[in-house]
Every structure is written in structure tokens, then in C-alpha cells.
Write a protein that binds this ligand. Sequence first.
Ligand code: ATP
Ligand code: MG
Length: 383
Amino acid sequence: MSRKKVLIVDADVASRNFIARKLLEQKYDVMQAGSGKEGLIFAWRDHPDLIIVDPVLADVAGEEIAARLKQDPRTQDVPLIALSGDQTHGRIKSCLDAGFNEYITKSGQAVATLNDTISRLFGLTVDEMKQGGLSIIFISAKGGTGTSSMCANLAMNIAHYQPEANVAVLDLVLPIGSIAPIVGYEGGQNIVTITDMPPAKTTPDFFHRELPQMGVWQFNLLAGSPDPESSNQLKVGRIWDVVTALKASYDYVLIDIGRSLSKITLPLIQHADLVTLIVSTDVSTISLTKTLWDYLKGKGVPPNSLFTILNRAVGLEGLSKTDAENQLGIKINMSMPYLGTNFAFANSHHQPFSLKFPKDTASIIFQDTAKEMAILAQKVRLG
Ligand SMILES: Nc1ncnc2c1ncn2[C@@H]1O[C@H](COP(=O)(O)OP(=O)(O)OP(=O)(O)O)[C@@H](O)[C@H]1O
Ligand SMILES: [Mg+2]
């Protein structure tokens, strides 16, 4: 991958040099401009991949720079970060309104925040998200709907249906991931330790070699945060390049987000090949799910990338599939019956359901669903 070019526009030489040094350490190429006019010229002439502007400039206000960059086809898609000593709400708002993607205040935390933000914005480029393996998100509006069990079991079935494919599962549920306990992984590697590594180390090749293989589950796992304290340490800004690197070395990357929808996970959902929504049959989950789906739709998640699973995780009672579809206003792609204690039994033995209970109809449902999801994800990718 070629080095990314970052342009810094800041009238203060010392501040500019300091940021430049920090970015060079992160292996970015750096250009500097000391005024707004110079910044605009360099931006249009040198095609930086990202621009950092201190909005307090003598000649052109940062807001105007943002507006002009966003109006020009040469720079309209280039991410813009405001890095400013001005912490007033009015300034932050006017900058974000003018087109800055992010506003970071100059403080002791600024460099760490800047690094996180830059890698997140770079990871977000649609081009990168549309390359490599297919990403399949698992998300729910409420806990305990069976999201993690579905994710692990469908990953296993996708790997089983396509033995030549490499399948990875990434657990992004905060504050504690639960795929590791389901599959019986007890190693020390997880999303927190991985994002703590220097970016230069977490390459596609690294993930190909170092992600542990889960035996009968037939996939490789990047486990979730093991506890709330670790979750607080998670370097969220690194998640984007981790996902991009995983996609570069696996054919399928299944990501358990569970209820952890946030500013960090939203872009992953927006650019996923398939968004699997797990719904249970009680009225309150259905109504929360409707709120969640309306939100995601509003954020540009295309309805054709949605895959809905109605999972009777808690018992036989609850709405019928048709009632659930009517209340949600979306089609349900798959219904999983209540499996009594069998599912919990398979989970507690760290076994895929279809290996423990191969004769159960649910095993056939898992198989068919995995196939259908793989085909649909391919279709969405091809557009
Ligand atoms: N169809 C089902 N029939 C019976 N039990 C089920 C079914 N689906 C899930 N379960 C059980 O429900 C429990 C919760 O499942 P799981 O951990 O996968 O849910 P989750 O949505 O990921 O929860 P969390 O909100 O904690 O992340 C597990 O014990 C699982 O075995
Ligand atoms: Mg879960």
C-alpha cells in the first residue's frame, strides 16, 4: 500500500512542525502550508489523502477553506480535520457545518485523538471497504437475542459450505465479547491487544498467520474485549485498519456488533456487504428493532444489504413471523425455532450446534441460511 499524504494547514510553525513529526512517525507523507491561501493551492495541486486545518488562520477562515474544498471536485471527497485551540461550542458547530469531518481540540490528548481519527477516516474510504473479503455484520437492538450464537454458528456453516474459503470472525461487542466463551478460545489475543500493536505490524499477512484457528468451528477468531477494563483501553481508531487488513486476508469477515452500535461501528455497518439483524419475537424487541432499522436506513445502509433473522431465543411465545414482518415493515429472511436447552448445551460444550445436533432441523436451517447469506453478500458486492 502506498503511503498516505497528509496536508497540514496551520499558521503556527511550531504547532505545524510538531504535528508533522508525529505524522511522519506514523508513516504518513506530510505537506505543510502556513496560510489558508497556500493550503487551498496545495490541496488542489498535490492531491493529499487527508487535510488537517487549524481554523484560526489570518487570511481565510477555516470554515471557508472547508466550504471551498468540499465544493471543488478535486477535493470534495478528501477527509478534513479541524485541529484547533478554540474549544467554543459555536466554533465547533460552524466548522462541522462547513464540512469538516471531525473537530479536535489542541490539548494533551490531541495527538492520540488525531492518530485515531486519521486511521478511522482512512479506513473508511469506500474503495477499501469494497475490496477484499465480504464483510457480514451481526447486530441487534436488544441483548440476549442470540446474536453471538448466530454469528458463530453461521460462520461455521459458511466455512463448511465453502471449504476453500477462509473465514474470520471479529467480536466487537463492548464491554465484553462473548464469541470466545462460545467457541472455547482461552488465548490472550483479542481486539484490545491487537489494536494496541503498532499499525505497521497488523498487516493482512499478520492476520493470516496469527489469528488462531478455532478447530471444529472452521474459522479464525479475533476475540472481543475480555472485560470492561480492557474495553476502556480499546484504541477505537485502529478498528478501521484492522477490519481492512482482515478483509485483505480472509474471504469472509463476520463481525459481531451485538448492541454496540456507536459512531465507531456505524461506518462498518454502512459499508458492509451484508447487515444481519437478529430479532426476537417479543413486542418490545420488535419495536426497538424498527427504531434501529429506521436509523440505519437513514444513515444510508441500503435495504438490499439487510438480512433479517427471527430467532426465538427465549421461548415459544411471542409474535408470528407475519406479525413481526408487518410490525417491522421488512421481510424476514430466516426464522430459527426455539431450540430449548439444546442451543445453550451446544454453546456450553463449545460445539457448533450442527455438529452436536446434526439431525435437528435447526442444523438444516443453519446450513441453508449460511448458503443464502454467502450468495446474497456476493450479490450486494457486485452491485
Ligand atoms: N433459538 C434459540 N433457542 C434456544 N436458545 C437460544 C436460541 N438462540 C439463542 N439461544 C440462547 O440464548 C442465550 C443468549 O445467546 P447469545 O449470547 O448468542 O445472545 P446475544 O444476543 O449475543 O446476547 P448478548 O446481548 O449478551 O450479546 C444463549 O444461551 C443461547 O444458547
Ligand atoms: Mg452477544
